[in-house]
Design a protein around this ligand. Structure first.
Ligand code: AMP
Ligand code: MG
Length: 377
């Protein structure tokens, strides 16, 4: 069955390669890609000037391409402000740096209110709202579980009592958000921004690009994409390849996306290995267990924060319950790629996804290794 542990390549979590290289990439527009991905053909020409910048952000690589304006100075200014803005969000949210407001909230004495900067407060409110909407499948207050499994180190299988305690102090029982700030209820509880930080940063970038009048941009933050407008010769949108959940070099589905964000979650993109068993970095907050590597979920949504959060939540829920929840979001596309026992990929997606899939298709299809998914007529 699918839930039997597949063999996964050993890939330890380290800061340098951390935070998901992601599985969706703009197929043509980004020349520089993560290691292991096939080289792209030449970039699509854009009308007027274009700038391309890369940076290291949130433990991963950021690619920013902005075009569509004739004035190069304006493009450069826009790209600079976008980088600074995304860095600012990282400095608010990172739990890898001890000095950020979120890290300090995570260390606050138990029982005391920790006042937050207004923007961080709003972001956490939003994250917890999404947690509620996903029935707790997305739950950023899983810090105690992340630590119990040592997902940021070399990995460990927690003992029963440790796991039970970490589970008990995840969610509301570990940390709450009041109108005044956060309150920790247990010394082990903390908020992990790993499941929504990239979406938050891309959302901030989206607002800034709009303020600067930029209507053609593609951003790739460790695999999550923000696609604004469309390339000059592709009015339907930017080409995006969705990779095989296990073999990043193999394209399973092709999308054309404009004015939306694309986020992918899977268990094989980052794993720790303990005693020959590989564990993914996404936890099921209901059981405290790492979610098995059943495949991947790619979400397309206008709002990058929603795309980031929902891809994580749908992955936790799995292809059946995930599909059921995904159907309740009429404007969000979700593509579930499930690896079958034979290594094939079976794909299912919600109706809104049809507007982005290159060939709109029926609700299920099967992919065999070596050839891209061809939706059946
Ligand atoms: P993503 O790659 O966006 O799916 O997010 C995965 C990251 O979110 C993990 O590396 C953890 O830092 C964190 N995380 C793990 N499980 C959950 C969960 N159930 N809800 C929210 N965040 C999670
Ligand atoms: Mg996510």
């Amino acid at each position: 069955m699918l839930r039997s542990q597949p063999h996964l390549r050993r890939r330890l979590v380290s800061r340098a390669v951390l935070v998901s290289l992601g599985l969706a990439v703009p197929g043509r527009e980004l020349a520089g890609q993560e290691p292991g991905l096939p080289p792209d053909p030449a970039p699509t020409p854009t009308a007027g000037a274009a700038v391309h910048r890369t940076a290291f952000l949130m433990g991963t690589r950021l690619d920013v391409r902005i075009g569509g304006l004739d004035d190069r100075e304006r493009l450069l200014a826009a790209s600079q402000t976008v980088l600074e803005e995304m860095r600012r969000i990282e400095e608010l949210l990172s739990t890898w740096e001890a000095t950020t407001p979120l890290s300090r909230a995570n260390r606050a004495p138990v029982g005391e209110v920790f006042p937050l900067p207004a923007e961080l407060h709003r972001l956490l409110e939003s994250a917890l709202h999404w947690s509620h909407r996903t029935g707790g499948a997305f739950e950023p207050r899983v810090g105690a579980l992340v630590r119990a499994w040592d997902l940021r180190g070399t990995g460990r299988v927690p003992e029963g009592a440790t796991l039970a305690h970490a589970l008990a102090v995840s969610g509301d029982r570990g940390m709450t958000l009041t109108s005044e700030g956060t309150v920790r209820r247990d010394a082990r509880a903390w908020i992990d921004a790993g499941g929504f930080g990239k979406g938050a940063a891309l959302d901030a970038a989206r607002r800034l690009l709009a303020d600067h009048g930029v209507n053609q941009a593609s951003l790739n933050l460790g695999g999550q994409l923000l696609l604004v407008g469309a390339p000059a010769d592709q009015p339907r949108g930017w080409s995006v390849s969705v990779a095989h959940p296990r073999r990043r070099g193999a394209t399973v589905a092709a999308l054309r996306v404009r004015d939306a964000s694309v986020a992918t979650s899977s268990a094989s993109e980052r794993t720790v290995e303990v005693d020959g068993r590989a564990f993914g970095h996404i936890l099921d907050p209901r059981t405290g267990q790492p979610v098995p590597a059943w495949g991947s979920v790619t979400v397309v949504a206008e709002n990058p924060l929603a795309a980031d959060i929902l891809s994580t939540a749908f992955f936790v829920l799995g292809p059946d319950d995930g599909m059921a929840l995904a159907r309740s979001f009429p404007e969000v596309g979700a593509l579930f790629l499930e690896v079958t026992a034979t290594g094939d990929v079976s794909a299912r997606w919600t109706d809104p996804m049809n507007q982005w899939l290159v060939d709109p298709a029926p609700q299920a299809t099967t992919y065999s290794p070596g050839r891209p998914m061809r939706p059946r007529p």
